[in-house]
Design a binder for this molecule. Structure first.
Ligand SMILES: Nc1nc2c(c(=O)[nH]1)N[C@H]1C(S)=C(S)[C@@H](COP(=O)(O)OP(=O)(O)OC[C@H]3O[C@@H](n4cnc5c(=O)[nH]c(N)nc54)[C@H](O)[C@@H]3O)O[C@H]1N2
Ligand SMILES: Nc1nc2c(c(=O)[nH]1)N[C@H]1C(S)=C(S)[C@@H](COP(=O)(O)OP(=O)(O)OC[C@H]3O[C@@H](n4cnc5c(=O)[nH]c(N)nc54)[C@H](O)[C@@H]3O)O[C@H]1N2
Ligand code: SF4
Ligand SMILES: [Mo]
Length: 736
C-alpha cells in the first residue's frame, strides 16, 4: 500500500508543535513524528502528539449527527435545532438559550472565527466558556492594566536570565499562556546560560525538580507572597519602572505597606528571608520574567495574583524588554484597530448577581441559571467542544441540571459526560480533515511565528467542516434564510469597509470591492478567505499589494509549509497600551479594593487539608482518555498526599480514601508522596467516565473519579468570576 507525508500543527495543546504525518491510501494516519523543519518546534513532540493518529481514527468518534440518540442526516439535524431553538426563544426569550464553549475551541479556526457570530445571532447574555475555569483572571488584570484583555505578556524564555514561575508545570502541561514548544528544553537552556529558574508550587513537580530552586507554598496564598515581593522592592528601593508610562505607583506603594515578608510568612509557609531574597534576586537579575499560570488563576485571589505578577514585571523594569515579559505580535491581528478601554460588569448574572467579564458569565453559576425558575431562566444550551459535566466546579450538580434542559445541542465529536444530555449532537470532522491556524494562541508565542495547515484529507460528500457547522448554527439562530457562506460574506464586507475607512490601516482609502476581489482571486474556502484577509491586514501582511513581499495566506501555504519564524519578540508597549489614561495602570481601584479581602483573610489562615489539582503529560483535560496508548500503564488518577498526613490518617499506598467537601464526596486511591507538602492533597481533573449514555469505550474502562464532585461552585474569584480549584477545604478518612 502506498503512503504519503503531510505536515501540520498539532491541535492538542498550546505548544503548537509542527507534526509530520504519514498517511496510507485510505487516509488513515499511520505514523506521527515531530516536524524537524518547523522553525519554532524543530521536531519536538510529546506522547499526545505522537498518538494523534489514534485520536484521528478513533472508532468511537461520531461520524453523523445524532438526534435523540439516533443517527440522522445533517439537514434533518439542523432543522430540529432551528425548530427547537425558535420554540425556546418564542416561549421564554433570548436569554433562555445559553452557550458553553470549551477548551478545544481555542485551538480551532472555527471557534475564534464563528462562535462570536453565533453568540450575536442568539442575542443571549448567557455566555459561558472554559475561560472562567482557567485564565479569566489574567484577562481581567491585563484588561485593567493595559486596556486590552488579550494583551497578555509572555516570558521571553529564550533570552531571560531569571524566571520566577508560580503555579505552572510545563513539564506536564507543555506550557500555557506562553506557547513554547519544548518548554523543558527552553528551561534547561536558562540554567545552561548561567540564569536561574525558581518554581513556586505546593508540589515538587517535575518542573520544580528541573528548576534551580523550588519553594513550597500553601495553596491559595500566592497573593501574599507577591504582595510581599512588591513590598520588598519598595522597601529596599528596588522598584524601577524606568521609562514606562505608569499610573498609580504611590497608591501601590501604600497598598503593600502591610504585607511585609514577616507578616505573610505564616500564611504562605515561606520564611521571610526567602521572600526577601527572591525579591532581591528578581531585581538584581540582568533580565527577569515573572510568570504565573493556572495554579495562580484558579484561586480565590486569581485576579490579584495575575495583576501582581505583571506589577513585578513592571517594577523590575522587565515589562516589554528583551529577556523580560513581552507582548507577541500575531500576524493576523491588525495593529491599527481602535479599542475601547476594558471594563467589566456591563451586565450581571440573574441569580447570583455576578458581573459579566469579557462578554461572559462565570461557568460557576451556570447550574444556578438552569435550575432557578423565573424570567430569564436558562432552558436550552448550545455546547461547542466542552465537557462542563466534568470540567466545571461542582460539576455533579451541573450534570444533573443539564438533564433537565428543554433542549440541548452539542458540537462535539464524542458522546461523553456532557453531550449525552444533548438532544442533537453535531460532530465536527477528524483533525486531518480540518484546517488549522492558531488564531487564539499565536499572540502568546515566545517568538513571532505563523503557520497554516490546510486539511490533509478531504471531507466526505455532504459533511460540513466545523466552521460550516458553526456558521450554519449562526445563520439559523438569526432566523435568516441563507446559506452559511452568507455569514462569511457579511463579515468580510464589514471588515474591509472598516479597514479602508481607518487611518493607519494599510488599505486606507482604497476600494473595498477591489480588495474583495483580490481575496476571491486567491481562491480557498470562505474560512480561508477570511484568514487571508486577516493576514493581509496584519502587521506582516502584504496590505493587499501595498507591500508585495508581505504575507498572504497563499504565500504562507506554498512557501512556508512548515511555518514561518517572524523573529524574536520586540518591545511594543506603545502599540498595545489602550487604557483611557494611555498609561499602564499599576493600581486599578477595584484591585486595590480587593486587597482588603486579602488583608482580612491574613489573620484567619485556612486550617485542615486543602485540595489542589494536577496535570499529567499523557492526559488533556477530560477528552484524551479514549486513546489506548495514553491510558495504558499505571493509574494516574490518584489522591496524592504527604506521607506524614497518610500516616496520621492510617492510609497506605493503594488504600481507598474518602474525600469530602461542602459540595460532595468521592473515593480515590491514596498515593503518599513527599512531593506534596503536608496539609495538601492533589487529584487530577477530567476523570469520572463510564456513565450511562456515553460512548467512549476506552475511557469507560479507565474511568477514574471526578475531582469536581468536591470543588465548590460557590467559591469564585470575585473580580473575574473564575472558578477556585486550588485550596478547596476537604476532610479525609479511610473508605471502608
Ligand atoms: N498534559 C496536559 N497538558 C495540558 C493540559 C492537560 O490537561 N494535560 N491542559 C491544558 C490546559 S487547558 C491548560 S489551562 C494548561 C495549564 O498549564 P499549567 O498551568 O502548567 O498547568 P498544571 O500542570 O496544572 O500546573 C499548575 C501547577 O500549579 C500548582 N498549584 C496548585 N495550587 C497552587 C497554588 O495555590 N499556588 C501555586 N503557586 N501553585 C499551585 C499545581 O501543583 C501544578 O503543579 O495545560 C494545558 N496542557
Ligand atoms: N478541578 C479542576 N477542574 C478543571 C481544571 C483544573 O485544573 N482542575 N482545569 C480547567 C481548565 S484549565 C479547562 S481549559 C477546562 C476544560 O474544560 P472543557 O473545555 O469544558 O473540557 P474538555 O475536557 O477540554 O472537553 C473538551 C470537549 O471538546 C471535545 N472536542 C475535542 N476536539 C474537538 C473539536 O475539534 N471540535 C469540537 N467542537 N469539540 C472537540 C471533546 O470531545 C470534549 O467534549 O477544565 C477546567 N476544569
Ligand atoms: S506538546 Fe502539545 S502541541 Fe506538542 S505534540 Fe504534545 S500535545 Fe501536541
Ligand atoms: Mo485550560
Amino acid at each position: 500500500m502506498g503512503s504519503r507525508t503531510a505536515f501540520r500543527t498539532c491541535p492538542l495543546c498550546e505548544a503548537l508543535c509542527g507534526l509530520e504525518l504519514t498517511l496510507d491510501d485510505s487516509g488513515a494516519v499511520t505514523r506521527v513524528r515531530g516536524d524537524r523543519e518547523d522553525p519554532l518546534s524543530k521536531g519536538f513532540i510529546c506522547p499526545k502528539g505522537a498518538t494523534l493518529g489514534r485520536l484521528d481514527g478513533d472508532p468511537d468518534r461520531l461520524r453523523v449527527p445524532l438526534v435523540d440518540g439516533a443517527e440522522a442526516g445533517w439537514d434533518e439535524a439542523f432543522a430540529v435545532v432551528r425548530r427547537r431553538i425558535a420554540e425556546v426563544v418564542g416561549k421564554y426569550g433570548k436569554d433562555a438559550v445559553a452557550v458553553y464553549i470549551g477548551n478545544p475551541t481555542a485551538h480551532s479556526v472555527a471557534g475564534p472565527l464563528y462562535a462570536g457570530a453565533l453568540i450575536k445571532a442568539l442575542g443571549t447574555r448567557n455566555v459561558y466558556t472554559a475561560s472562567t475555569a482557567d485564565q479569566m483572571p489574567k484577562h481581567v488584570s491585563c484588561g485593567y492594566m493595559f486596556g486590552d484583555p488579550l494583551a497578555i505578556p509572555v516570558p521571553d524564555l529564550d533570552r531571560t536570565s531569571h524566571l520566577l514561575m508560580l503555579g505552572a508545570n510545563p513539564l506536564e502541561s507543555n506550557g500555557s499562556l506562553c506557547s513554547a514548544p519544548d518548554f523543558p528544553g527552553r528551561l534547561k537552556a536558562i540554567a545552561a546560560r548561567g540564569g536561574k529558574v525558581t518554581v513556586v508550587d505546593p508540589r515538587r513537580t517535575r518542573t520544580a525538580e528541573l528548576a534551580s530552586e523550588h519553594v513550597f507554598i500553601r495553596p491559595g496564598t500566592d497573593a501574599y507572597l507577591l504582595m510581599a515581593l512588591v513590598h520588598t522592592l519598595f522597601a529596599e528601593d528596588l522598584a524601577v519602572p524606568g521609562e514606562r508610562p505608569v499610573n498609580g505607583l504611590d497608591d501601590l506603594r501604600a497598598l503593600v505597606v502591610d504585607f511585609s515578608p514577616e507578616r505573610v510568612a505564616g500564611v504562605t509557609g515561606i520564611d521571610a528571608g526567602t521572600i526577601r531574597r527572591m525579591a532581591r534576586e528578581l531585581a538584581a537579575a540582568e533580565t527577569a520574567a515573572v510568570y504565573g499560570r493556572i495554579g495562580t488563576c484558579t484561586q480565590a485571589f486569581g485576579t490579584l495574583n495575575s495583576w501582581l505578577v505583571d506589577v513585578l514585571n513592571v517594577l523590575t523594569g522587565n515589562l516589554d524588554r528583551e529577556g523580560g515579559a513581552m507582548f507577541p505580535r500575531p500576524a493576523h491581528a491588525p495593529v491599527y484597530r481602535k479599542r475601547r478601554p476594558f471594563t467589566t460588569g456591563r451586565w450581571r448574572s440573574r441569580v447570583r448577581d455576578l458581573p459579566e467579564v469579557n462578554g461572559e458569565l462565570p461557568v460557576a453559576t451556570l447550574a444556578d441559571e438552569i435550575e432557578t425558575p423565573g424570567e430569564g431562566q436558562v432552558r436550552a444550551l448550545v455546547t461547542i467542544g466542552g465537557n462542563p459535566a466534568l470540567s466545571a466546579p461542582g460539576s455533579e450538580r451541573l450534570d444533573r441540571a443539564l438533564a433537565g434542559l428543554e433542549f440541548m445541542v452539542s458540537v462535539d465529536p464524542y458522546l461523553n459526560e456532557t453531550t449525552r444530555h444533548a438532544h442533537v449532537v453535531l460532530p465536527p470532522p477528524r483533525p486531518v480533515q480540518t484546517p488549522h491556524y492558531d488564531v487564539s494562541l499565536l499572540g502568546l508565542a515566545v517568538r513571532d511565528y505563523v503557520r497554516y495547515s490546510a486539511p490533509i484529507v478531504p471531507l466526505e460528500d455532504g459533511r460540513p467542516s466545523e466552521a460550516a457547522i458553526l456558521a450554519r448554527l449562526a445563520v439559523l439562530a438569526s432566523g435568516m434564510d441563507a446559506e452559511p457562506d452568507a455569514l462569511d460574506e457579511m463579515i468580510i464586507t464589514s471588515t474591509l469597509g472598516k479597514a479602508v475607512a481607518m487611518t493607519g490601516s494599510p488599505v486606507a482609502g482604497r476600494e473595498p470591492d477591489e480588495l474583495r476581489k483580490m481575496l476571491a482571486d486567491d481562491g480557498g474556502t470562505p474560512t480561508e478567505q477570511r484568514l487571508d484577509m486577516m493576514l493581509r491586514l496584519g502587521p506582516y501582511g502584504d496590505g493587499f499589494g501595498a507591500d508585495p513581499a508581505g504575507l498572504t495566506l497563499a504565500r504562507l501555504r506554498t512557501e512556508h509549509p512548515h511555518g514561518l519564524d517572524l523573529g524574536a519578540l520586540r518591545p511594543r508597549l506603545d502599540e498595545v497600551l489602550c487604557t483611557a489614561s494611555g498609561r499602564v495602570e499599576l493600581c486599578p481601584p477595584s484591585f486595590a479594593a480587593d486587597a482588603d479581602r486579602l488583608r482580612a483573610a491574613l489573620d484567619e489562615p485556612a486550617d485542615g487539608m486543602l485540595l489542589i489539582g494536577r496535570r499529567h503529560l499523557r492526559s488533556n483535560n477530560s477528552w484524551l482518555h479514549n486513546v489506548p496508548e495514553l491510558v495504558r500503564g499505571s493509574n494516574t488518577c490518584t489522591l496524592q498526599l504527604n506521607p506524614a498526613d497518610a500516616e496520621r490518617l492510617g492510609l497506605a499506598a493503594g488504600d481507598l480514601v474518602r474525600v469530602t467537601s461542602r459540595t460532595g464526596t468521592l473515593e480515590a486511591v491514596a498515593e503518599p508522596t513527599d512531593t506534596v507538602m503536608a496539609g495538601v492533597v492533589s487529584l487530577p481533573h477530567g476523570w469520572g467516565h463510564g456513565r450511562a449514555g456515553t460512548r467512549t469505550r476506552v475511557a469507560a474502562e479507565n474511568a477514574g473519579v471526578n475531582v469536581n464532585a468536591v470543588t465548590d461552585e460557590n467559591e469564585i474569584d470575585p473580580l473575574s468570576g473564575n472558578a477556585v480549584f486550588n485550596g478547596v477545604p476537604v476532610t479525609l478518612e479511610p473508605a471502608s
